[in-house]
Ligand binder design. Structure first.
Ligand code: NAP
Length: 315
């Protein structure tokens, strides 16, 4: 009798233990969908974090849309991207949205690493940065095997996705600490949820951002600093030009403006988020199966995108 009870107890504990991980994963995803819906009140970003925001990679896609959304909320902006003409054009577009704010531009190529970081630091010296949006990111030209990734492209991905966010954060966070306010927004990707074959290096850089954000948040919470980790799924931007399927906006592949409006609305409400309600729902369902199934599905999806690209290029 005692043996049977012990056996049942052991089996029940094992089942509970096996369910713990998927249940907590899926409940967390649900929590991330629900919180921004419940917290309807708009956060006064200027009051809560400060008057200036820096947005990296801000002349196109999510970064440009995010900067525009911050402009509507009266935040002064520093835009950083590579191309000066595109920076000036974006500045003009933003001033049209809100002519009362200041918009400063800095031309810098983050793939060049440390040399541009020193220059940016000089230019930001007198700016009390309240919000840093580490948005700049580089993806593969198309899904590839690791051995096929050109060496320059590989270093660009590492320098841009890992180096830029890390060094920009280090640059501004002491100022935030002194002022006892600030927000660091790290634009990661849903690809951090599991390994992603054929986008192996890109996804691994996004896992770095996840770990970086989670640890940074704990280090700096006591100084009044918010660290948000955003995990968008597909957004219709030029980053996904490798497949025509991803260049059509829909509810699950939003345009950058829709994504950014939703993402900005989550800032100050939740520390980790897909940033957009439909991506939150997709994340919830994605996280139900175990990691090995998600990894295999990711591989199949990327194989399809790879075929799309090779067909587009007649290769
Ligand atoms: N789109 C998606 O489906 C998706 C999904 C998940 C996560 N994300 C993440 O979201 C972020 C934004 O992606 P996106 O789709 O909006 O990208 P995007 O449309 O390709 O825009 C990238 C922006 O970064 C700038 N940029 C690119 N390389 C740069 C460099 N080396 N130095 C400085 N600026 C550079 C580009 O401007 P210039 O060319 O003028 O420099 C542009 O303004 C990335 O971190 C990405 O990983 C995107």
């Amino acid at each position: 009798m005692l043996l049977t009870i012990s056996l049942w107890l052991l089996v029940s504990i094992l089942i509970l233990w096996a369910l713990l991980d998927p249940v907590s994963r899926v409940s967390r995803a649900l929590y991330e969908i629900i919180i921004p819906i419940i917290m309807v009140k708009t956060v006064d970003l200027k009051n809560q974090f400060g008057e200036w925001a820096v947005v990296t990679g801000s002349t196109d896609g999510i970064g440009r849309a995010y900067a525009k959304e911050l402009a509507t909320r009266g935040i002064n902006l520093v835009l950083i991207s590579r191309n000066i003409d595109r920076l000036e054009k974006t500045r003009e577009e933003i001033i049209e949205i809100n002519s009362t704010i200041q918009v400063k531009i800095i031309a810098a190529d983050f793939s060049k690493g440390r040399s541009v970081i020193n220059e940016i630091e000089k230019q930001l010296k007198d700016i009390p940065v309240g919000i840093l949006v580490n948005n700049v990111g580089k993806q593969y030209t198309y899904p590839m095997y690791v051995g096929e990734v050109p060496e320059d492209e590989m270093w660009d991905i590492i320098n841009v996705n890992v180096g830029a966010a890390t060094s920009m954060t280090r640059m501004v966070i002491s100022g935030m600490q002194k002022r006892r306010m600030g927000a660091i927004v790290n634009v990661s990707s849903g690809s951090e949820m599991q390994p992603l074959p054929l986008m192996t290096i890109y996804a691994a850089t996004k896992v770095y951002l996840k770990s970086f954000s989670d640890a940074l948040r704990i280090e700096y919470k006591k100084f009044g600093i918010t660290v948000q980790h955003l995990t968008p799924l597909f957004v219709n931007t030029k980053m996904n030009a490798f497949s025509s399927r991803l260049q059509v906006s829909s509810v699950f592949v939003p345009d950058a403006t829709t994504y950014a409006k939703n993402a900005v609305a989550t800032l100050g409400k939740i520390d980790t988020s897909a940033g957009y309600w439909a991506h939150g729902i997709q994340t919830f369902f994605t996280l139900i199966p175990p990691k090995w199934i998600r990894t295999r599905v990711g591989e199949m999806m990327n194989q399809t995108f790879r075929n799309d690209y090779l067909k587009q290029k007649n290769i």
